[in-house]
Structure formats: C-alpha cells, structure tokens
Write a protein that binds this ligand. Sequence first.
Ligand SMILES: [Zn+2]
Length: 271
Amino acid sequence: MKNTCLILIALCMVVLSCATTGPGGQKSLIIIPSGQEVAIGAGMAEQVESQERLLADPEWQAYVNEVGQRIVAVCDRTDIQYTFKVIESDQVNAFAAPGGFVYFYTGLLREMDSEAEMAAVMAHEISHVVARHGIKRLQASLGVAMAYQLVFGQDGASEAMQAAIGAGMTLIFAGYSRDNEREADNYGIQYMVEAGYDPKGALGMFDKLAAIGSSHGEASSYEKLVSSHPDTQERIQNAAQQIAEMTPLPGNLTANADRYRRMKTDLPKGS
Ligand SMILES: [Zn+2]
C-alpha cells in the first residue's frame, strides 16, 4: 500500500509537466517522457527492420524523408527527430512507432498517384506521433507500476523497456481508436496545407485505399481503410468538410503528381 502511494505521488509529480500534443498548443498529460518514448520507438524500429526488408533504393528513401521532413517542419512536435523509411512489401500499409519512426510499404506507395496523396498518409502518421497516441495507449496498457519502472530507471527498468517494446508492437498493429483516427485525420489535413500540399490529396488517398476494398485482408491493410470498414465513409466526409471549411486555400499548394509518377516507375512491381 505504502509503495503504491509513493508510486502515485511520484507519477503525479511527473504528470504535472504536460506535453504539447496538437495544433494551437493543445496539451495532454503524458507520464512517459519523450526520451523514454524515443527509446521504446527505437527498440520497435529495430524489431521491424530485423523482420522486414528495407527498399534498396536510396533515391526513394531520400524522397520519403524529404516529404516527411517538409511536414515535420510545420507540425506541433519538435522535441524529437523523425525518420521515414520504405519497406519493400506488397502490404498496403504504413505506420508510425512512438518517438517518430515512420514506415511506408511499397504496396501502399504503388497505390498513390501524387506526392500530395503520399503526403496525406505521412501527415496522418506524423499526427499520431504529435498527439502521442501510441505512447498514451502504451502507458495505459503497461499500467502504473511498469510505467514507474520505466520512468524512474530503478531495478527492472530494462525489463520494463523490453515489456514496453513488446506491448508497443502489439498495439501498433492492433490499430488506434476512432477518436485517435479522427484526430490524426484532422491534424494531418491541417499540416498538409501548412506544408504547401493540396489537401485534396487526402481525399484521393482515402478514395483509392477504400476502393481496393475486400481484395486485401483487413489485418494487413493500412489503418483498416482497405476494407469495408463503415468508418471509412465517415472519414472521407469529415475530410471533405474540413477542406471546405479551409477555403479559400492558399494559392501555392502543390500535388506534385508528375514527380511522384516518375518516381513510381522505379518502385518494384510487386507480386
Ligand atoms: Zn491512423
């Protein structure tokens, strides 16, 4: 009992430092600090890269990083370094590990038709990191005692880290809540425009992935969009409404369709 009280007091002290988790300086209570979040994300990235094959095309790797950093430059979280990498796989998927480790599958890149559509996926993934959706779910799933070990680095800290990495991998492939998705869609469209991308790329992205439909299994599909998930139509409507409310849009927005299509010819064809 005494220990539990001490843990709770200690956590309350940590919690007092709120983190920025959205546009307009929006704050959330985050127990696990950025340094630990990055360490967990790095552990997850290591696992991903030991299981998957990165695309051996430096031009493509540089391209996704360039577009990613363009969105990072306008996002609301700058206390971490973001990395963007392409995995060679037919899966129509993309994800972000906590701490800013973002991955794209060639299967998804092949479905996109412009840089703005790819940027829409990127902005959505960056938004999950900005809003700390992954780490919030992780700290809820680990529980108070484990979060305490992780944060204060006492005995068992490395075990807590391993447990966090394992739990993080499970959570990331289980998908986020509807509210998390709505928030990431919303921030993402905002960031696209601020980064100079035509937000209609988000509509193109949603439409294409939704149209692929049942030919792909839900478990391996991007954000469950490539399925008959009923929320998809709602997400498309929300995005269209948000874009309508943003008009008049700045005049200098780009979709960079030509550059994207040129790059796409170099992607492996897939099976
Ligand atoms: Zn998402």
